[in-house]
Design a protein around this ligand. Sequence first.
Ligand code: NAP
Length: 307
Amino acid sequence: MEEKILEMAIIGAGPAGLTAAIYGARGGLDTAVFAGPAAGGQLLMTMDIENFPGFANPISGFDLMTKVLTQAKRLGAQIINENVREIEVSSNLFTIRAGQKDYKTKTIIIATGAQARWLGLPSESKLMGKGISGCATCDGFFYKGKEVAVIGGGDTAAEDALFLTKFATKVYMIHRRDQLRAAFLLQQKIKSNPKIEMIYDHVVEEFLGENKVEGAILKNVKTGDKKTLNASAFFVAIGHTPNTEIFKGKVKLDNEGYVEVNANFETSVEGIYAAGDVCDRIYKQAIVAAGSGCMAAMNAIKHLENK
Ligand code: NAP
């Protein structure tokens, strides 16, 4: 039997990938999404989303992405629960190697998103999963009645700190500057929450503990003074790195590893597009990712029509 050729292969199933799938399938293309083991992307770890239009009340990331996935499937997108190992770039037809199979496709949309960044301390790797976590939504529950800390000053850190107050008796927020980066509304919530104590101008030098975290040595970046903070868990929320390992040498990446795209979401290779956090150094919002997924898909459809 002759191998079927896909018209649009989308790698990644967060808001960018699944929106591209909705537009691809609805545009009549033979569309497949390589979703890995679970579709949804980073939003699966977000508790309450208040800024995605259309939801008057907060919706969980899981519920939102379940709806988008259902919508993409209903419109005819095929969901393949495999991780992509490699892509082969040629002038006309691309190959995607995923699981035990190779898939041929006329266009690709890269929508692999980004993942949480770590501090890179030896004690961080040693105590990972033993009180050091990158996911407050996943692990916060285990620290009921304890004192915990969040590292970072962005939206993720602020949301994590607020979420952790549901369980912890006290949440320290350790930030390397004297001003938060988080959105104004989140900052207001942080300031008015009596369980949250800000520790500005400090970085973690090392985590303390052998088999589980017991605290951390903090350094004041302005004075150089050091102090010990005792806490049962530390949640690292210091930003993200794009998931582009498999695209190195295939499409052009910038110096931080983001896929370079033009205003049409075209990469350096004709027929390959990128959308969402994998090419977004600035906004990193679900709605922006969804919008760019739409634009990438519409441009891919046009590209095929003009071929
Ligand atoms: P982010 O905005 O890049 O913030 C990272 C924070 O970590 C910054 O405060 C940064 O400090 C700090 N940081 C970075 N490297 C560090 C290091 N090595 N040591 C100590 N601190 C370090 O990342 P994010 O909070 O994950 O947010 C990413 C994007 O997602 C943002 O665009 C955000 O708006 C969006 N987001 C939105 C929502 C929402 O709207 N509900 C929720 C989560 C995330 P500096 O401030 O000094 O740079």
